[in-house]
Write a protein that binds this ligand. Sequence first.
Ligand SMILES: [Zn+2]
Length: 483
Amino acid sequence: MVDRPAKQPALFQTRLMALSAALLLLAGAAQAKPANSAAAEPRATVIEHVYVLPMTPDGAIISDATVVIQNGRIASLNGPAPAKAVRINGKGKWLIPGLADMHVHLPSDGMSRAPKYPTEAPNMLFDTQDAMTPYIANGVTQVLNLDAVPASIGQRNEIARGQVLGPHMALAAVINGGEGRGRIVNTPADGRQAVRSVKAEGYDFVKVYSDLNVETFQAIVDEANKLGMKAVGHIPESFEGKLESAFLPGFSLVAHAEEFSKQSPNFTDEDAVRFAKLARKNGTWVTPTLVVMRWIASETRSLDEMKANTDLQYVHPILQSKWLTANRYHRNSTPKLTAYFDRMVEFHRRLVRALKAEGVPMVAGSDALTSGVVGGFSLHEELELLVGAGLTNAEALASATRLPAEWLGVDRDRGTVEVGKRADLVLLDANPLVDVANTRKIAGVVLDGRWLSGAKLAGMLADLAKRNTADRDKYDWLSLTRQ
Ligand SMILES: [Zn+2]
């Protein structure tokens, strides 16, 4: 960052000017560029001869497009390329909107104060860039942080200022009931006040959590709705047997398929259809998060699959250690529990089909940072699982592009490839409409108008993995959490 002399006291400014003049003499006039000169202006980026998948509701594929990116926005889809531009050959490649993961948890300073990590997490400092690199390297340019703490606001601002290359971050703060730490409320009046606090503190959304009582949950959703804030989250256990009373105006997004399956003792198709109808009637969207349950089921069996997952090297060593040495799903595993999770994984596929049949919008989310679920990479696995459950490739892509932007209320700027939108884009080596797994074949990412080549992203990932591996011995979860 360049100091801004205008903000300094006059005497200091005078000295600074004298100093600048001296430096100017030393360095030679040619190297001193005023901030508003043409040379300092951001250059345009042009992606040529590329197939564009706009992901608008009826947007047809554009062949041989010339995508001009200027001042962070898409200036044109058919050229002409400005004279001074970074030119990228997009021949045979596919350009899609930046991807969104609508259910993430992020390592952040103070995360041990978040309700999801009640007591045992050591109060660590986490490097924001390291936490974000796996996301941008995977083409994820938007996340919904469902466990936002004060440090998350700091992370969001670091990204917004361009100090860190990371996804746009929407923040939901958890409100829970029962006992324990975090924002805990057990009366409707306290629930309403918690919503007002969450809004005043600068969070975008309210996340309702599992231990709220019925009346307090309803008051929170009502207050959020009155304040124009959407509520997202869990369906508390207190709603067992009265699920319909959770579906109030303002309860806008169910954060897991599991919130429904917990309410279905026998995992019947009738229940799946009933849940889908409830969601549709209330205008509630669903984030199925199939990938997290797949990993949990795997971990109850054995940790071998997780240990063999090469993506693990991009996770902070303290969390790798936690997942491997204090894995609660593995520790508490019984054959009965494993069988239950397996049945739930299968039920979630039927639930996705029922939601689709009822026309309930689904957004892709992975519950990243739950053990085994590696941020960035996990979104691609979620897309594959959504297709496996019955979405078309195009529907799965919409669940991670246009639909998240709509739900988040940022669709004026993001979610589709259209002239005038912010340039958050992913350049792929193969067509994701043929196979959604092609979203993994990333040739480069445009983040807020800035081109990040595949080589640059691979380098950032390699550097992160190298440091994580070198530091692994320093972070032993069991000894760090032992009091
Ligand atoms: Zn979660």
